[in-house]
Design a protein around this ligand. Structure first.
Ligand code: MV4
Length: 455
């Protein structure tokens, strides 16, 4: 096992990784920008190294600075967390060439799944269902129209180098398709440096269901069940839960099997998530993309399986076998996570950086809080606005929802606006309580209920 690990991240995920390391008896090295000198991850780690000024491109994204810190601190491994360099194949390669273990998949895994067109083709070849769509990149508007005629409207234009819905456009007719094709390409060019786009049939009334995978270097691939991440706004998730409500048992078994097959098809290593779109009318599911990192919402999976995903990631990267038998994973009860962002949901989710004058996190039975925020800390405008994840568990969904509602009621934060009121409103909604929601639920709920009933 490693003796010393560097955490190339900040915020709650850096704290989460440091906690796992301490339980494993591994010494931790934090890195931080000058804006994060007083950050919790810096205080919690055994050592901390400043790697640059506040903008992420000059600090948390600066590979040379992070590798220098790793060399100076003499670590054996780097955990990238999520975001920043987590899905940067070049960074994984640099780590390998410096003899530092990258706690994540191989550079080849990251590269293969990073190009969404290649990922789609790879999965299709492996027998994984994908949405009807273009064979590969669509180069011209004429070709886009041809694909749409073949598969039928509505269609989605997606960026090949994208992911997470960035640079995605819906088109319902020829005119809007030409428009979408142009805007999606130029957006993709600006955001990812590649204008390449592809086309998929737009599946309406779908749920975003993702399956957690972890694979070691000894041929073991385990799935840890699915999460439902359909409650999102502009591709920012608000609530995630496990298991997915209302998924027929037979579909659930198949989607888990498919995810394991998909991971095996690409010789996947370490933790990863396969995203599917589940059509609630036809009960068909389709591969969307694979995320080659630990995800924000991993705690709901941990809560229903008892597996510590970050510890497993570290064990796998150190060459150990999974600590459990993939065939003996038991799923127990229900877990639901609410993301608290320092954003004002009444003002278009505008970021609300500033000083947290006071914070009190909920506690008690069945509540877990993953956060880096403390009374008096500063929420920096430079980074992600997520300030806490509140995770509730129960023997069933109704219990977990009641615990989460109680936890959000207890949660107190003064100084900056947060998304907590929106969470309370969703939990009070009868349709959400019935588990009858799809990917369009949150935007509709905002317009039809939340914003017109504002206090
Ligand atoms: C889709 C889709 C419907 N049909 N693809 C969003 C995140 C990224 N991984 C892909 N996403 C979607 N892809 C097809 N062919 C629906 C989503 C989607 C979504 C779309 C509109 C509004 C909210 C959404 C939430 C989750 C997923």
């Amino acid at each position: 096992m490693f003796e010393r690990i560097l955490i190339a991240n900040r915020g709650e995920i850096a704290v989460r990784i440091i906690r796992a390391c301490r339980e494993l008896g591994i010494r931790t090295v934090a890195v931080h920008s000058t804006a994060d000198e007083k950050a919790l991850h810096v205080q919690m780690a055994d050592e901390a190294i400043c790697i640059g000024p506040p903008p992420a491109r000059d600090s948390y994204l600066k590979i040379a600075n992070i590798i220098s810190a790793a060399e100076v601190a003499d670590v054996e491994a780097i955990h990238p967390g999520y975001g920043f360099l987590a899905e940067n194949a070049h960074f994984a390669e640099v780590c390998r060439s410096c003899n530092i273990a990258f706690i994540g998949p191989t550079a080849e895994n990251i590269r293969a799944m990073g190009d969404k067109v290649v990922a789609r083709q790879t999965m299709k070849k492996a027998g994984v269902p994908v949405t009807p769509g273009s064979e590969g990149v669509v180069a011209t508007k004429e070709e886009a129209l041809e694909v749409a005629r073949r598969i039928g409207f509505p269609v989605l234009v997606k960026a090949a180098a994208g992911g997470g819905g960035k640079g995605m456009r819906i088109a319902r007719n020829d005119v809007s398709l030409v428009q979408s094709f142009m805007t999606a390409s130029s957006e993709a060019e600006r955001a990812f440096g590649s204008a390449a786009v592809y086309i998929e049939k737009y599946v309406e009334n779908a749920r975003h269901i993702e399956v957690q995978i972890i694979a070691d270097h000894h041929g073991n691939v385990a799935h840890l069940g699915e999460r439902d991440c359909s409650i999102q706004r502009r591709h920012q998730k608000l609530i995630e839960e496990a298991p997915s409500p209302g998924l027929p048992a037979e579909v659930r078994r198949r989607i888990h099997r498919t995810a394991v097959d998909a991971a095996r098809a690409v010789d996947y290593r370490n933790a990863g998530t396969i995203e599917f779109l589940y059509d609630v009318e036809s009960h068909e599911y389709y591969f969307m993309e694979m995320n080659t990192r630990i995800q924000v919402e991993h705690p709901v999976t941990e809560e229903i399986t008892g597996v510590d995903l970050v510890k497993e990631q570290i064990r796998v990267a150190a060459g150990e076998k999974l600590s459990f038998n993939p065939h003996e994973v038991r799923f127990r009860g229900h877990a639901i996570e609410f993301r608290v962002n320092a954003e004002d949901p009444y003002r278009g989710f505008s970021p609300s950086p500033g000083v947290v004058e006071f914070v009190h996190f909920p506690g008690g039975r069945s509540v877990r809080v993953d956060s880096h925020v403390y009374s008096g800390c500063e929420i920096s405008p430079y980074y992600d606005s997520m300030i806490a994840k509140i995770i509730a568990t129960g023997r069933n969904r109704a219990e977990a929802l009641a615990v989460l509602a109680r936890a959000l009621h207890e949660f107190t934060l003064e100084g900056v606006a947060t998304t907590a009121p929106l969470g309370q409103a969703v939990l009070a909604d009868a349709r959400f309580a019935r588990g009858e929601y799809t990917t369009t639920y949150l935007e509709n709920f905002m317009q039809e209920t939340f914003l017109i009933n504002r206090p």
